[in-house]
Design a protein around this ligand. Structure first.
Ligand SMILES: [Zn+2]
Length: 318
């Protein structure tokens, strides 16, 4: 029996499309990150989703949203950034549940690259000693004896760096990893072959710029290039059109602006997703569809949260 009452999610004109976001799926929970993003919780999520909702490929759900033909309890699954574990660990689970997901890949980071936040995470993970002295980088010094202390410095550094200009941030990240002098992994992101594999297995590939910049913080010409070239690079890899886009970081009016929405349209995407909370309904801007990150493992709580998200007022760039 489906636990989600039909009244909350009727089909047709009043239907709502919930879009969920994942990033990494690990074999084991990562204690440093303190998150439940492992294969067991992903499997549990897929069981709850496929049992209680109509899981649809995002492109199909969007065209149904446009024609008012969405089924009741419509959900689409998305992944951001292009982590290798998406192909290695998440894909078999998706296939087990016959679910199609959309993978938004940052085209310049695949094939041996690393997201800046992962360089910080891996640097802190590998840092030796009880104190991390970053005074020569003008970033203070932090105790890193316990796991909690390491988690705290991780959050502090990521928050400080998130909105720093890209070049300045990269410079810091490079210096940090040089200072820690540990060998950091170069296989966190997908290879081009893995992007092709996902596509071949019937999954959808979406664009997520080249370098994952905060669009609102860079020049418009650079932003345009990031959006347009990221699309082209992926199309060359999969030899097929890439019609969906996800704004990096994705918060409307903060991470992307109306100018970027216009660019995404002009470049020829069919639709785009943000990270504003809520569920989409007929009449919403299909170039700013909201998404949300589920984390409950209890079926009842999971569904309650999905319902609450459905009625969240959607923020858009204006
Ligand atoms: Zn991202």
């Amino acid at each position: 029996m489906k636990l989600l009452p039909l009244i909350f999610s009727p089909p047709g004109k009043r239907a709502r499309l919930s879009i969920v976001i994942y990033h990494r799926v690990l074999l084991q929970p990562d204690l440093l990150l303190g998150q439940k993003g492992d294969i067991a919780s992903f499997d549990a999520h897929l069981r709850i989703l496929t049992r209680n909702f109509s899981v649809l490929p995002l492109s199909k759900a969007i065209s149904m949203l446009k024609s008012n033909t969405l089924p009741s309890r419509a959900v689409s699954i998305t992944f951001d950034d292009g982590y290798a574990d998406n192909a290695e660990i998440a894909l078999p689970v998706l296939k087990k549940y016959s679910a199609v997901a959309t993978f938004f890949v940052s085209a310049g980071v695949i094939d041996g690259g690393r997201m800046w936040n992962d360089t910080i995470i891996e640097s802190i993970r590998h840092a030796q000693g009880d104190i991390l002295d970053l005074s020569q980088l003008n970033m203070g010094s932090y105790p890193i004896k316990s796991l909690t202390e390491r988690q705290k410095v991780l959050i502090t550094l990521i928050e400080k760096l998130k909105y720093m200009p890209q070049e300045q941030r990269q410079e810091f990240v490079d210096k940090l990893s040089a200072l820690i002098a540990a060998k950091l992994p170069n296989n966190l992101m997908m290879t081009s072959d893995q992007v092709r594999e996902l596509h071949r297995e019937g999954m959808e590939i979406g664009a997520h710029t080249i370098n994952h910049p905060i669009l609102a913080r860079i020049e418009n010409s650079t932003a345009y290039n990031e959006i347009a070239e990221g699309k082209k690079m992926l199309e060359e890899i999969i030899k097929a059109p890439v019609n969906l886009f996800a704004y990096p970081n994705g918060k409307p009016n903060k991470d992307y602006l109306l100018d970027h929405v216009k660019m995404v349209k002009e470049i020829g995407f069919d639709a785009a997703v943000s990270t504003a909370w809520g569920a989409a309904q007929a009449g919403n801007d299909i170039y700013q569809l909201p998404r949300f990150t589920p984390w409950d493992l209890n079926e009842g709580f999971f569904i309650l949260r999905m319902i609450r998200n459905m009625f969240n007022e959607i923020e858009v760039a204006h």
